[in-house]
Design a protein around this ligand. Structure first.
Ligand code: HEC
Length: 110
């Protein structure tokens, strides 16, 4: 049983680490993004209505951009008509940005 338990421990650690990464990303989204995009990405928020924001769970919206484009949006933010940022730029790590794109991809509802 010894060899099996060692392996199970490793598996459990890997799964736990992945779970932590996801939880952190969800927390990051809740803190930095959900005020505008909503927890489910549908932008059913005061800001979402004011800025007429797109519904990130819409497959058409999902299909309209590549991961690389969204990574850029998350890093650089979005400028409005007046040249002012309507979505703020962020100072996140590459890994955080990639995880956020994955999380946003997960909003897609058929
Ligand atoms: C102050 C409001 C605000 C905050 C905070 C915000 N966004 Fe945005 N975001 C916008 C606006 C406005 C747009 C452009 C209009 C649209 O696409 O709905 C946008 C666009 C996007 C897009 C591109 C959608 C498309 O149409 O292709 C993604 C992806 C995105 N935001 C992700 C995020 C993530 C991730 C965060 C958190 C790090 C975040 N946003 C924080 C307002 C915000």
């Amino acid at each position: 049983m010894k060899t099996i338990s060692g392996f199970s421990l490793l598996v459990a650690l890997v799964i736990a680490a992945a779970g932590v990464a996801r939880a952190d990303t969800a927390e990051l989204f809740d803190k930095k993004c959900a005020t505008c995009h909503g927890k489910d990405g549908k932008a059913e928020t005061a800001m979402g209505r004011k800025l007429n924001m797109r519904n990130l769970s819409d497959p058409k919206v999902q299909a309209s951009a590549t991961d690389a484009q969204w990574e850029r949006v998350i890093v650089e933010g979005v400028k409005g008509a007046g040249g002012k940022n309507v979505m703020p730029a962020t100072k996140l790590t590459d890994a955080e940005v990639k995880e956020l794109v994955k999380l946003v991809r997960g909003f897609k509802k058929p």
